[in-house]
Design a protein around this ligand. Sequence first.
Ligand SMILES: Cc1ncc(COP(=O)(O)O)c(C=O)c1O
Length: 436
Amino acid sequence: MKIFEEIESDVQSYARAFPRVFHKARNEFLYDEEGNEYLDFLSGAGTLNYGHNNPIFKEKLLDYIANDGITHGLDMHTRAKGEFLEAFNEKILKPRNMEYIVQFTGPTGTNAVEAAMKVARNVTGQQNIVTFTNGFHGVSLGSLAVTGNSHHRDAAGVSLTGSHRMPYDGYLGDDIDTTAFLDKVLTDSSSGINSPAAVIVETVQGEGGINAASFEWLRNLQSVCRKHHVLLIVDDIQAGCGRTGNYFSFEEVGIEPDIITLSKSLGGYGLPFAVVLMKPELDQWKPGEHNGTFRGNNFAFVTAKAAIDHYWADDKFSTEIKRKGDYISQRLANIVENYGEGNFTTRGRGMFQGINCVNGELAGQITLRAFKNGLIIETSGADDHVVKFLCPLTIGDKSLKKGVDIVEAAIRDVCAGQSSIPEEVDYFDEQQIVDA
Ligand SMILES: Cc1ncc(COP(=O)(O)O)c(C=O)c1O
């Protein structure tokens, strides 16, 4: 089809990696126009945790449409919205002893991040948001200011302000707790870091290369925030909605963020939907201060409620995600032991994992080869050097095995074609060599 080349903007990205015209999809499978089947280990970048066209949600949605349910409702009260809020409160928040106000934002993740930062700034009267190296929070200007990736930042066209960047867990080596640095600069009135409104963090950095912060680091981060009266925002847009094994990615960590952003798989069916959860005392918005036409995607309310009712009424789904996550961990550990000359490493947790292939060219060859063998899988990280496993959480065991087998074969074949596998550069060791 030439139409895409003729009139679609050059900004397209995933379409370049997977140059097919897709036509149908069901759970973990995508089909192109020629009827070829692909296993989907990309899942709409984390939007299809429950698979494509999940039949349980589809039935509810079709019923709703057939009965002339409201499609678009601005931010008006509708039955679908009320039922979503009831389900979210009863089955997600209350069982976890979480008391939060729900703000419906525009339906993209980046709009939820904008709203979260705005509310933090307005409530505290401070401007700056502390963010972390390799963090990704969206590409509208406010979110871009807290996003690390230079490819995205360079496209802003204006200076990106209102943020301070700190090293994420592990950035300065495994032995350095970077929250101690944050504590120090917030204590030192001459550090040049003004008292911030909030810290925004991903517990597992998705776009930044599947970097999973340790639980201890996250707890320390919360302590530093509390000590300095800085709000803690957890951006759970990619790591949340079950991806790491629990509904929220921080549940096992035991922290209590002041603000949480959710989007991507929140709607369940892949329908655009985002919210900000905030502690009740932070809800100091005046009516309409943060608005947007598309804050009432009622189809998404219907499917989001169906997702909660079906998958989160008890802990069965969570147990299943953890079981499959363990399988992925074991397989990936095995792969890095057998290929890549000991230079590849695994990363992530739950069903949010990756293989660090050290350089982007290698990782790109691996995903390309996997695609040729019927698997859609992407890379992430500063150099696109991490092969990112993001299959639907509902995937069957056979398909999960098949997808990992395809990646394993791709790695084996690509590695066989290399004279040597590059070693990961230890930045600090390199410095010592340069200085010596
Ligand atoms: C953690 C995180 N926050 C925010 C966003 C931005 O979401 P959206 O692309 O829907 O604006 C993303 C997107 O990948 C994300 O992973």
